[in-house]
Design a protein around this ligand. Structure first.
Ligand code: GLY
Length: 373
């Protein structure tokens, strides 16, 4: 089953490369992608899929396609195009860092280091946080973090490994600690965002941007937390991050619906038309695969996490994948972007496609993606 799903997925990547040369997929409604420029937060996922497809198949066309975008990503970071946000980590971990990991390219390494430096500039020392969105003096976002940022931290940890410059490690570690303290609630659920007061540095309040309401748990935010804290543990060996990831994973698993693929928020009232977020389940599958790898062989949680991986991945492959739609451009149906904001509530999401492929390939081959060595 996994092999067929992977082969269908990488063929779709190949078809997209052929149909949309030099273009990158953007979010749009209507079970399709809009193909455009490198100016959003999501473009790295498509490049990461090319690297996964190359590592799985050894077909050089995937590698050539991925490499052909490096100049574009270099130009973007040099000219600071649409980079007033923290998602520099997503963008460059799966493009430049992935290229360096797979090929050893020094040019890719230099681009990734420049990206890490750009992300470093978003650290606000008085609050000990990496600001999620906007410029430093942004009145609404000046002191705001979001849980998604945990997946941006591997770029900083990698930059520390490469350069020996402690500053990258230190800010990533501090941001992970702040996220743990203020975004994760005592029962293992999470806020999407938290506000600090930039003038006084006081912790102000939790809230949401893409979730159902301020105190609810947006399922994709929970997924970013599960995977992100596992990766923070991987880099820092701070056992509290492993505990947080496990706690968040249990919260997620205990609230799975019958078909093991989550709705868009754990607290939204369920009706027939309530949107799912298949991308959240794909991210969580990757986070759980990472947890299983990190846990001691005798840890009783391993069985729980392994079962959850199989249940959700089987459901994604059998009920959500586009294997039955030959000309589909996306891999997973029924992902949602911003239901509360009425943006793409039931469509393809390129990060869902990326994490679905990462999970499939990790299960089938052990190749594990590009977040660490
Ligand atoms: N990082 C933005 C999102 O998950 O929608």
């Amino acid at each position: 089953m996994w092999k067929n799903a992977i082969e269908d997925a990488i063929l779709k990547v190949k078809n997209n490369i052929a149909k949309h040369p030099n273009k990158l997929p953007h979010i749009i409604e209507g079970q399709r992608y809009e193909w455009g420029e490198n100016d959003d937060w999501i473009e790295g996922f498509y490049i990461g899929m090319m690297w996964l497809a190359y590592e799985y198949s050894h077909e050089s066309s995937y590698k050539e396609a991925a490499e052909s975008f490096l100049a574009n990503f270099k130009d973007r970071v040099e000219r600071h195009v649409a980079l007033d946000h923290h998602d520099i980590g997503f963008l460059y971990s799966l493009s430049a860092v992935a290229q360096w990991r797979v090929t050893g390219s020094q040019e890719a390494r230099a681009v990734a280091l420049q990206a890490a430096e750009t992300l470093y500039d978003r650290f606000r020392p008085a609050m000990g946080i990496i600001q999620a969105w906007g410029k430093e003096d942004d009145p609404e976002n000046g002191g705001r973090i979001i849980i998604d940022c945990l997946l941006n931290l591997p770029l900083l940890f990698w930059a520390y490994e490469q350069t020996g410059e402690r500053k990258y490690y230190d800010i990533a570690y501090q941001h992970a600690l702040k996220s743990q303290k203020f975004l994760v609630r005592g029962d293992g659920s999470s806020y999407h965002t938290f506000y600090f007061d930039p003038k006084t540095a006081h912790a102000f309040r939790g809230g949401t941007h893409q979730g159902y309401e301020d105190g609810s748990t947006w399922t994709r935010g929970q997924s970013w937390g599960i995977y992100g804290f596992a990766l923070a543990y991987r880099y820092t060996k701070d056992a509290s991050f492993l505990e947080t990831s496990k706690q968040m994973a249990h919260y997620f698993i205990q609230r799975l619906p019958e078909d093991h693929v989550v709705y868009w928020d754990f607290d939204v009232p369920l009706e027939e038309a309530t949107p799912r977020d298949s991308s959240a389940s794909a991210i969580t599958a990757c986070g759980l695969l990472e947890l299983v790898d990190l846990l001691d062989v005798n840890d009783p949680d391993r069985n729980i996490f392994e079962k959850a991986i199989l249940d959700s991945m089987e459901s994604l492959v059998n009920k959500y994948a586009t294997t039955d739609i030959e000309d589909a451009e996306g891999l997973l149906k029924h992902a949602s972007y911003h239901v509360r904001g009425d943006r793409a509530p039931d469509d393809y999401m390129i990060w869902g496609d990326y994490y679905y492929l990462e999970a499939l390939i990790r299960i089938q081959t052990g190749i594990k993606g590009y977040w660490y060595e």
